[in-house]
Design a protein around this ligand. Structure first.
Ligand code: 5AD
Length: 455
């Protein structure tokens, strides 16, 4: 009998991404064959996001799309959306299986049950304070050169706009010994870059006995053979203690890119958001991080149209973002989330104003990204090559560049720099999974393009 086919669609953050990879591994172990989401499958898994109503809508659309592709398939909806709003999914006829953010590894079993025609009930359990970290083992992926690892989950902050503490439960961390085991496997299987993820990554270890912190974790992780660099996903401004700042600055193997959510550049709005810092604190943090750390990229999240955001508050956000010279901006239109404090705040901002402000900030973000990239023309970046670009791209580049220097066996490879810039370069052989220093010469499409110095 042919293996049953399972296809995944993942929305939202890097934590979701990791969890989907772990779930794919669980399905494979159960004998399922993984296929592309665009293909006809027997089972579709939608790993959802619920951070805004737009994320909810996209999640619902994915569920419907899956069912349209194969009406006979079983569609399983998991993650933050069902965890927060189980009823909305129970009333969605296309959703056959509903599983929140807990007990993820039970999914293949539930699917088998459903396939046998048995009844399955929605699996959504609200989090209590005693929630423990659910270890979703890392699964090696042959194709990838970079590996994600979730080492932390949950948040206790309850910022006034944010649903995530409900979707993810309280702060909890993966035991460092277990994490090091996964990291050693990653190093052994040729993953030169590891991306550490968590919902509140900067508070890693605070719940452990004995308590640990991210600086401790990084020090241990840096000792593991094979792992050449470590990338951090989002870290809250308040979570950078001096140990962490020093460690990042002193250790070039920690990627020169930090994502530090600002949310607003207005102190009045930050206060109403329930954020624990003001712009002065954030400015000093940026100074500390950037001083003596050339090339450091800092990206951020901004919410526009938070309740009570007047045009002067928005202007403050705009000016602060510009002053901060972020390398990239993620702009979110404020979306009232059920059972959050901000949803009841007045006045709410009109949708057309949110739209305008969002567009203005997105345009500023693009200009800042461009300016950030521009400063690396003529400089050397260390790149982990991931993928060969198609022949047409190679042709475009060689027509304006001496790409033929490696003769017939010329390849155009792309990868990420330590500070998260997409770089492409000609290489003599298959350069996938290799690191190299590239002297940047020009901008090409979305890339920086340059000459590989170390072969
Ligand atoms: N509305 C709009 N954006 C939100 N975010 C979180 N909650 C909301 C909301 N209610 C954004 C924040 C956060 C990112 C992941 O999502 O900017 O950093």
């Amino acid at each position: 009998m042919a293996a049953l086919k399972v296809a995944f669609q993942t929305l939202g953050c890097k934590v979701n991404y990791y969890e989907s990879e772990a779930l794919k591994g669980a399905f494979r172990r159960e004998g399922f064959e993984l296929v592309d989401f665009q293909k006809k499958a027997d089972v579709y898994v939608i790993n959802t996001c619920s951070v805004t109503h737009l994320a909810d809508r996209k999640s619902r659309q994915a569920v419907r799309r899956a069912k349209r592709r194969n009406p006979a398939a079983i569609v399983a909806v998991t993650g933050c959306y069902p965890q927060v709003s189980p009823d909305e999914l129970i009333s969605l006829p296309e959703a056959d299986i509903i599983l929140g953010t807990g007990k993820r590894l039970s999914l293949p079993g539930i699917v088998r049950k459903k396939l046998r025609g048995e009844d399955v009930v929605p699996q959504v359990t609200p989090y209590g304070q005693a929630a423990v970290f659910e270890d979703l083992p890392w699964v090696p992926e042959q194709e990838r050169t970079r590996a994600f690892l979730k080492i932390q989950d949950g948040c206790n902050q309850f910022c006034s706009y944010c649903i995530i503490p409900l979707a993810r439960g309280p702060l909890r961390s993966l035991q460092p010994e277990k994490a090091m085991e996964y990291l050693r496997e990653m190093g052994r299987s040729g993953h030169k870059e590891v991306i550490l993820t968590g919902i509140r990554l900067g508070l890693y270890g605070i719940d452990l006995d004995p308590p640990r912190n991210l600086a401790f974790f990084l020090n241990e992780a840096l000792k593991i053979p094979g792992i050449e660099r470590i990338r951090l996903s989002s870290i809250e401004p308040a979570d950078f203690n001096n140990d962490l700042i020093m460690l990042i600055k002193e250790n070039e193997r920690i990627c020169r890119h930090l994502h530090i959510p600002l949310q607003s550049g207005s102190d009045a709005i930050l206060k109403k958001m329930g954020r624990s810092y003001d712009t002065a604190f954030y400015r000093i943090l940026l100074e500390k991080l950037r001083r003596g750390t050339p090339g450091l990229a800092v990206s951020t999240d901004i919410i526009v149209g938070f309740p009570g955001e007047e045009s002067e508050h928005f202007q403050q956000s705009y000016d602060f973002v510009k002053e901060s010279a972020f390398s990239r901006l993620h702009v979110f239109k404020y979306s009232p989330r059920h059972a959050t404090r901000a949803a009841a705040m007045t006045p709410q901002v009109a949708p057309d104003i949110k739209e305008l402000r969002s567009r203005e900030l997105i345009a500023l973000g693009e200009a800042l990204s461009d300016a950030f990239r521009e400063q690396f023309l003529g400089q050397t970046l260390s790149v982990l090559f991931e993928r060969e670009l198609e022949a047409d791209a190679a042709q475009v580049v060689s027509s304006v560049h001496t790409g033929g220097e490696y003769g017939d066996d010329t390849h155009l490879f792309e990868g990420l720099s330590s500070n998260y810039l997409r770089v492409c370069s000609f290489t003599p052989v298959n350069w996938r999974g290799k690191m190299g220093k590239v002297r940047i010469e020009k901008k090409f499409r979305g890339y920086l393009q340059g000459t590989l110095l170390e072969k």
